[in-house]
Design a binder for this molecule. Sequence first.
Ligand SMILES: Cc1cc2nc3c(=O)[nH]c(=O)nc-3n(C[C@H](O)[C@H](O)[C@H](O)COP(=O)(O)OP(=O)(O)OC[C@H]3O[C@@H](n4cnc5c(N)ncnc54)[C@H](O)[C@@H]3O)c2cc1C
Length: 399
Amino acid sequence: MSQARRVLILGGGLAGLSFAIAIATENPELEITLLEAQPFEAGTPNPLDTRGSALNLHSVTLLERWGLWSEMATRLGAIRDIHVSHRGHFGSALMTAEDLGVPALGYVAENHELGRCLLERAQALGVDVRAPVRCAAIDAKVPSPVVITSDGEQMDADLVLIAAGVSSDWFQALGIEVKERSVGNHAIVFNASFSGEQRGRAFERFTANGPLAVLPLPSLTRNEQRFNVVWSVPDKEVDSLTAMGEDLFRTRFQDVFGWRLGAVQAVGQRSRWPLVRRAASELFRSGFLLVGNAAHTLHPVAGQGLNLSLREAALLAETLTVCRNDEQPLAALGNLKGYLNQVSAEQHFVTQSTDTLATLFDHRGPVLDAPRNASLTLLDLVPFARARVASVGTGRRYG
Ligand SMILES: Cc1cc2nc3c(=O)[nH]c(=O)nc-3n(C[C@H](O)[C@H](O)[C@H](O)COP(=O)(O)OP(=O)(O)OC[C@H]3O[C@@H](n4cnc5c(N)ncnc54)[C@H](O)[C@@H]3O)c2cc1C
């Protein structure tokens, strides 16, 4: 039997790099090559134009295990509590880290910082990172998986991870179906600064158009406080809201978010994301394993896509260790079965939870017929919903 030795990763986004690090940490004997189509960006964007990711506590333990925590810890915004409210209704709920007996409910990383730390760590662990090198084609018909780069190089591997984001090309090439569900909304994402101060507080506000998440970014200076905003809006409003002049946009946003942080002082560049949930019907075929957004794209408002990928990266690394110790091939379906079953179950759980969160208070959601006045402190009154939000937010289910 041939010894499995090389893992090839297509895509150097946050998921691809995390998988490379997880596998390299647990399996230093494996040769890992990562191809990224774009050059890695250097430098720091304008503070109001960065993108953020909320990391749950399980993700933090993984960053520690992979030797990233000391580098990242000072660059994260800690979420000490989450304020939950429902637009047009009195009352709110406050979930605190103290309630759950943890130092923070989660942390917010800026993607450019997280990406840079992941890249440096992958390289330090000996991952052969090649960029810009694009995978132009894959061949799933030969005994072991083959990748052809845009330079015409043919690369074979014992296992190929497709971490190249959402593109129908991969699914077509592998003959895998994609299940897609649109919620008819877009997320507008931007950073904002306010006149008031609430250190370490995140806000989740439910509106008739879906949720609005306002997350505390790490402070760059003592008196500065920035927040990352993910705002669900109906598809028909996204063009006008993204094209609108800044003054009018600030007024519109203030009207929806309210005055919990005082006046909206400045907003950064706005980006738009269709709220489409995609999931591959199969994760593995012929030596190719779909991971990250290629495997599942979730509603961004619950901030779970990357958290799920980090968890999966840890699981895959453990699975490959077992294959290696037992001298089994890495890409045999039987050897990956435990990983695939567990990952599918967790993807199902997180997808259901984030869907529930995304529609909890909208006109299509499960509380449509609840007496509206009873929505006073709804999450306080509905222990089930509160527990669900907490478990999704902190990743405790995986603890
Ligand atoms: C608005 C928004 C907010 C979010 N907030 C959170 C959050 O708070 N918490 C959280 O956990 N998750 C969050 N997510 C999800 C998270 O951002 C993603 O799950 C995460 O970035 C992983 O993406 P990825 O690496 O799989 O894909 P991508 O980021 O799409 O990366 C794919 C990479 O593959 C490369 N590539 C593409 N084609 C090829 C090719 N042919 N050859 C080689 N390389 C190729 C691309 O250049 C790219 O670098 C959010 C998502 C969005 C949209």
